[in-house]
Structure formats: C-alpha cells, structure tokens
Design a protein around this ligand. Structure first.
Ligand code: ARG
Length: 589
C-alpha cells in the first residue's frame, strides 16, 4: 500500500476510534470519509466531514463535535497535527510523510505497480474488463464520433491496466450495412479493386461506386440482393465480405498506428446476424417480444424505454439485434467482470434498450455504456468543408501544422526531420489531451491554436513541464560528472539529519503521492479527465515550486540533493501520467 492510502486509512481509523470513545451513536461503526486536499488552496492536508453527519443525532453543532474529535486524536509519525475548523476535522501531515512520498516516487517501478490495495492482494486474480471502442463502419472512414471514442478508449485501457485490471480491447466493425453492399457490388462490376491504403482512398472509391449506383436501377436491385445474401449468411458473399473488411482495416490501421492504438479483437457485425436471430426466438419464447400487426418482432420495453424492433417483417435483423448476440459472445468468451461500450451519445437510448433486453432475457451481465457529447470545430478550414466527411488524417495534419507554427516561433533554427517529428508529437498530444480532459457528456469545440499552445490546459503544456524537469536533471548530472572529474570522487554524501520541506515542496509532494489514488479513481469511474486534471495541477505545483526555489543553485548541498529528487519524482509522475493518456513524451521542446 502506498503512503497516501495508508495515511487515509490511518485518519479514518483515528476518527472512528474517537467517535467510539466520545459518543454512543449509530454511526460508531460507519467508516468516515477522509479526503486529501490535493492541489487546492489548502488549510490542511486531509479533512473529514463526519461531524456534519453526527450533528443531528447528537443534537450538537458540527463545530463542537469536530473540536471534540480533533482533541481526542493524538499525532503520529505521519500525522503531525489534528485540528478542527468550521466543523471539519483537519489533518496536517508530518515531514516524515513527505519524505516517504518522495522516496516512493523515485522508484522506477511506479510504472508497473497497479494499485495494490489489501483487497486486490487478497483477491489475487485480476479483474477482467472488455473495453469496446472506435467501431468504425467498413467502407467508410472513421468519423468524428469514432475519433473521440478511439482516443478515449485507448487511454481508458491503459489507465485500467495500470490500476491492475486485465483489459481486452475490442473493435466492433459495422460490416452489414448498405455501404458494405455497395462495396461488394463494386467488387463484382470492377473485378479488380484499386489499391486502397488510406481512409482517403477508401472514401474516393466509395464516392465513385455510390455515384454509379445512383444512376442505375439495375445496380440498385443487385445491391438489395447482396444485402439479403449478407443477412442469410450466404457463403459466397462471405469471401468478398472478408476482402472488403480487410481493405478497410488496412485503411483504419493507418490511423490507428498514428494514434498508437491496438486492439486485442476485431470482429464485424455480420458475425452476429445468425445468433441475433436465435436470441430473437428466445425473446419470443420468454414473452419479452411479440409479433406486431406489420409482421415485425418487437421487444416490450415500455414504459421505461421505447419498444424496439428486433426483426423486420421480412425477417432481417437490426443493429440492435446484433448487439444482443455480441454481448452473449463477449461474456461467454471472456467472462469479464465488466464490459464497456463507448460511442456517441446519440446511441444512449440504444444501449439502454440493449442492456434492458439482456436483463429481461435473464443475462447477468455487468454492462456499462459511455456516450460522448459532440465534437465540433471552431473556425478554420475543417469547419467550412460542409457536408463532407472530416477525416482523422486531416485533423491530425491540422494539429500538426498548428504545432509546427508554435515550434518555429520559439525555435526558428529547428528544421527537417526533427521539426516534423516534434510537430507531430505535439499535434497528437494536443488532440488527445483536448479530447481527454473533457468529461464524457460534455461537447467539445476544437480550436487548434489553443489546443497546441504551450501554455494553459494543453497536452503541450504537460509535455513542456516534463521537458523542464528533464533538463534540470540533465544539467545536474552534467555538473556532477564535471565535479567528479575535478575532485576525483563524487561529492554526493548521505545526509543523516532530516530535511525540512517548505510549503511549495509539500504541496507538490502531496500531489505526487496521490498518483495511484487518482489513477484508481479515473479507472473505476471510467474518467480519464480526472487524470488530466491531476496532471495539470501537478505541473502547476511544479512550476510554482520551481519559480520560488532554486534547485541547481540551492542554498546548500543537502537542499540541492532533495530538490533534485523532487524534480525527479515529478518527472516520473508526469511521464507515467502522459503515457497513460497515450501521449508521447519528448526530450526537448
Ligand atoms: N459501428 C457503429 C457506428 O459507427 C458503432 C458500434 C458501436 N458498438 C456497438 N456494440 N454497437 O455507429
């Protein structure tokens, strides 16, 4: 267990014991909430609000209760002071706490350590979770809705893994719609498909065949036949379906490579048509669904949710029907403790319906859906191309160009490959952070200039903060090497007496010690923005510390050593945090 978790437990226990000793109340065995105050204007390091809870039963004011509790708790090795303020029991951590926090974050292995609570140790086995994201449609480029999900899903996967879960990343391709039938038709009439490498090629090709089909009734008829053949699992069609699926995946992979995204399983909707039909049969037998006048099979969900069609009158399945079979597939194959679907918020009702039907069918699945708000663009070229698809490649290019402008202003001498690489890294960081810092239900308006800025709440600002830490460490090690050469031995010596951390150092160290807790919260609440917010606070606390206190020119050797360790700990945390968001870190900026 890491120090912040330990101390939170210690505070809780102390409060609980005090309550037990002081009062006879129902709340005696309730576990009090203790919150550590990271990155805020702090009056204390941690606070407990139990007095407000007890007030009514004890018929006493919270102020009085908090004072009694605080007086009853003795300081310890890591808790320096317990006081009461406005009804809160406040804890001030000791110098020892900060020393431990510092040592803890020196270790390289903070990368590997998931949150090791006593509970997970006892359980031993990792929790398995399926995270489904991206899910584009075969034959069409990733659209904006997919892009937000792709970035988000990837970060969530990394965060959950760091927190100790076993994650299966799952990509569910739409491969049974009319656009797929069109591509299959193209395969028939053109015989040979052109080379398709990127999403742009795919789009050009789709536009071409689409125009031809619109002109010809005969082709339209054939398209319908193909669609039926897909529905019926026709063997001949399967082979062609495979081919267009592969073509699309090659194009998608280009974008995924750029984003650094990988999937453990990629499977198309068409694989769930037949099983979808079986689920519909089961639904009819279980009287969850009925045949309506028009011949459609309808699932009964009213009044909680709108009823929904499971099969059309001609027997064909729908998007929703296939999702029922997909859930069965996932839960029987992986037996996850949790399964997450990530899409745009326009699918919120869809997933509520899917989960409700599964529940009525008696499936005991733990499903969660994340539905995003819209992603739109402010000003600039991308927004003016009305009606046209906005490609991920275009967005990345735009972010890269904007990043390049910022870099060239700061470092006009930078050229060639290095400039290109750095622009891309900063552009991608900008894009990812702009998506991840916003909580899921909110809309996002992209402004490329703001996003790529080195100041403010951006990916570039975090990358830059890390570069600053690294350059301090680099300078220190150069100086150290020089000194060693001159004196012939390292000046480094063990400092026996304890170092006294100042308030900026404490603020920063408190944040650093909160890293595993923050990762755990972000993981369990499926909310990478919690981590984003934390990293911004950490970078700000570092900046404050560094602007007020010299590191390399610290007043004495002992102070310098400690401060260098603080810088190193900050670098470790920033690096790990950015990594979890899927953001590349840089050596120079
Ligand atoms: N392909 C769908 C779309 O583009 C998203 C699929 C989401 N996942 C699911 N299990 N329905 O809208």
């Amino acid at each position: 267990m890491k120090i912040m978790e330990k101390i939170t437990e210690e505070c809780k226990e102390a409060v609980q014991n005090a309550v037990k000793q002081l009062y006879k109340t129902k709340e005696t065995n309730a576990i009090p909430r203790v919150e550590t105050n990271i990155g805020q204007n702090r009056k204390a390091d941690a606070s407990c609000s139990i007095a407000f809870q007890l007030s009514r039963e004890l018929k006493k004011s919270p102020v009085e209760i908090a004072e009694e509790i605080a007086k009853n708790i003795k300081p310890s090795e890591t808790i320096e002071k317990v006081s009461a303020l406005a009804g809160f029991v406040n804890f001030t951590f000791s110098q020892k706490y900060y020393q431990i926090a510092l040592n803890e974050n020196q270790k390289e292995d903070i990368k590997k350590s998931g949150k090791e609570t006593e509970k997970t140790k006892k359980e031993k086995t990792k929790q398995k979770v399926i995270i489904e994201y991206s899910c584009p449609n075969v034959g069409k480029p990733l659209h904006i809705g997919h892009i937000r999900g792709t970035i988000f899903g990837h970060a969530l996967k990394k965060i959950r893994e760091q927190d100790g879960d076993h994650v299966v990343s799952f990509n569910y391709l739409g491969d049974s719609g009319s656009q797929v039938a069109k591509l299959l038709l193209a395969l028939e009439i053109y015989k040979n498909l052109p080379v398709i490498k990127t999403e742009k090629d795919l789009l050009a090709y789709y536009v071409k065949i689409n125009a031809e089909i619109e002109q010809s009734e005969e082709l339209q008829k054939r398209q319908r036949e193909i669609l039926e053949a897909i529905e019926n699992g026709d063997k001949k069609i399967q082979a062609s379906l495979d081919k267009v699926r592969k073509l699309s995946i090659t194009a998608f992979d280009n974008s995924y490579d750029l984003l650094g995204v990988k999937f453990d399983e990629v499977i198309g909707e068409s694989a769930f048509i037949q099983d979808g039909r079986k689920v519909v049969q089961e639904a009819i037998e279980k009287k969850i669904a009925f045949k309506d006048k028009g011949g459609e099979i309808v699932a009964k969900l009213e009044p909680e949710l709108p009823n929904t069609i499971l099969t059309r009158s001609n027997g064909t399945t729908l998007y929703l029907t296939r999702d029922l079979a997909l859930a069965d597939y996932k839960f029987s194959k992986y037996k996850p403790s949790e399964s997450v679907n990530i899409t745009g918020s326009e699918q919120n009702t869809h997933f509520r319906q899917v989960y409700a039907i599964l529940q009525k069918l008696g499936r005991n699945y733990n499903n969660r859906h994340i539905g995003f708000g819209l992603l739109t663009f402010e000003g600039k070229k991308l927004a003016t191309r009305e009606g046209k698809v906005i490609l991920l490649a275009d967005i990345i290019e735009e972010a890269k160009q904007e990043a390049k402008e910022q870099i060239m202003q700061r470092e006009p001498s930078l050229k060639g490959k290095e400039l290109e690489e750095r622009s891309l890294a900063i552009g991608l960081a900008a894009l990812k952070f702009a998506v991840l810092k916003v909580s899921q239900e909110k809309n996002i308006v992209f402004n490329f200039k703001q996003m790529t800025s080195f100041e403010g709440d951006t990916g570039a600002y975090l990358q830059y903060s890390l570069v600053r830490c690294k350059s301090i460490l680099h300078k220190a090690s150069e100086e150290n090497a020089l000194e060693e050469k001159n004196i012939g031995k390292s000046k480094k010596q063990k400092h026996e007496e304890q170092y006294t951390f100042n308030s900026e150092e404490k603020e920063l160290l408190l944040l650093l010690s909160a890293f595993p807790v923050v990762v755990h919260n972000a993981s369990k609440s499926l909310a990478p923005h919690i981590l984003c917010d934390y990293l911004l606070k950490t970078a700000a606390a570092f900046s404050k510390f560094y602007s007020l206190h010299s590191v390399l020119n610290a007043e004495d050797e002992k102070t310098k050593t400690q401060r260098l360790e603080i810088v190193k700990a900050t670098a470790n945390v920033l690096e790990n945090g950015l990594n979890l968001l899927g953001i590349t870190t840089l050596e120079k900026m």
